[in-house]
Design a protein around this ligand. Sequence first.
Ligand SMILES: Nc1ncnc2c1ncn2[C@@H]1O[C@H](COP(=O)(O)OP(=O)(O)OP(=O)(O)O)[C@@H](O)[C@H]1O
Ligand SMILES: [Mg+2]
Length: 509
Amino acid sequence: MANENCIISLQGVSKVYNGNTVVDDFNLDITKGEFVTFLGPSGCGKTTTLRMIAGFETPTSGKILLNGEDITVIPPHKRPINTVFQRYALFPHLDVYDNVAFGLKLKKIPYEKTDKKGNKVTKYRHYTPKEIDEKVLHALETVDLAELESRDISTLSGGQQQRVAIARAIVNEPEILLLDEPLGALDLKMRKDMQIELKEMHKKLGITFIYVTHDQEEALTMSDTIIVMKSGVIQQVGKPLDIYNEPVNAFVADFIGESNIYNATMAGKKKVRFLNHIFDCIDDFPLNEKVDVVIRPEDVILTKVKEDSKTDKVTGKIKTKVFKGVHYEYLVAVGKAEVEARDTKDRTIGDFVTIEVEPENIQIMNKELTSNIYREAWINNKNQVVIGEDPFDCDVTQLLKDSKIDEDGYLVSHDGKKYDLNDADVTAEIGLDKVELIDGFDNGDTNGVIVSIVYKGDHYQVMVRTDDEEDFIADTIYTYNEGDQVSVKVKKENIRLTLKGDISKYEKE
Ligand SMILES: Nc1ncnc2c1ncn2[C@@H]1O[C@H](COP(=O)(O)OP(=O)(O)OP(=O)(O)O)[C@@H](O)[C@H]1O
Ligand SMILES: [Mg+2]
């Protein structure tokens, strides 16, 4: 094998459910002893990947190697892997000790014996009560629950119950511990504490942790390596700092942290145009290439200027200000665009400022023109998504697995939690082939004028600009002329939504 420190290797692993590819050609080596995190939005295939590693699902194609040996079809209980699930299924009628001991009592362990004829044979036995006792107490000490061994499960806090679930997994001394959103059910404070504790447990145990979360902050603070996923496809694998500083595309940049992301065009050698201005940068892309530009708020340099001062720099006006303890977060309006900036100076709303960015802090990425992406979209009180200024019908239940809308319009999770999505910020994505154009105004969801047409061999790629300056790019077989007036329509099921931040902030009390 190429890398002897590799414990799990996924080779061309895919999973297809009813014709839907939910994990698409994963090739990934996980290093022994690392804390590895799968990060991505709901439904991107994180749990499915974990279940294949654990053995609860078989890949549709590809193979999984453990320490170089093919385990693709080995059943879960024969793998040295244990899982901690999001909804920790503890036995409510057993106390802490018995919950942890449960698996051990059933387990049969092989041992070698010489029979009467002198042949070596493998026999099986159960653990002795003393062995069980030692193992359980050791596991409970590791999760810091040693004193609570005789408590009933129902008397424990959420965090303590989660620790029991972890103890129950590590008591088997697995080589790999899989953790599927283990802190999802805890409140923020408890979550932060458990993050630190899990990190310490990882150090203490020295085994490989494979962790799943959709919380980027959690992934950044805990992991040695992060695997960012989107729609069943690996986007980027790397150390937290590398992923933060050098996202490979706009999706990763957007998902991994607060960012300014702009459509930009290369304007010369190491020059890029966005915000109606030409900036120096350090990446060299072909002239006129359409690219995405990412700038972290902490890299935006603001300088106060007079309103009417003449400058060749980008200027804007401070729109909002939030104090964050050490710094302020400002939203600066530059024409119709916005720039998010972080600054320790206390500035006044309405102030005029110049905006500068060091060339090395302008991250330029290839544009994936496979869909229309609207990062400034939001949900209105009718559960429609507003793109530009126009509402589109959409399916908000995709933001939370197994959810539905109740008669009051709230999103309801499978376990009855209610969410009020009014005003929620989302990214909306519409495939180029999902934008329907209809001749004339007022026949669709919004109106626009065709501003460009590119022939693509067997179809045209048409750009429609609405009167609030939102662009819709559509693949079409029909011929249009620049200046044609059209209506744009998108079917409800063709709008893909991703929530900005965690859904918990929209939970109704
Ligand atoms: N047994 C199944 N049968 C059919 N479809 C499935 C099955 N399990 C998962 N899926 C689908 O596969 C996709 C990926 O699901 P998965 O549970 O892996 O996502 P996830 O990234 O863990 O999401 P979440 O963050 O919401 O837990 C989803 O569209 C889901 O509906
Ligand atoms: Mg999941």
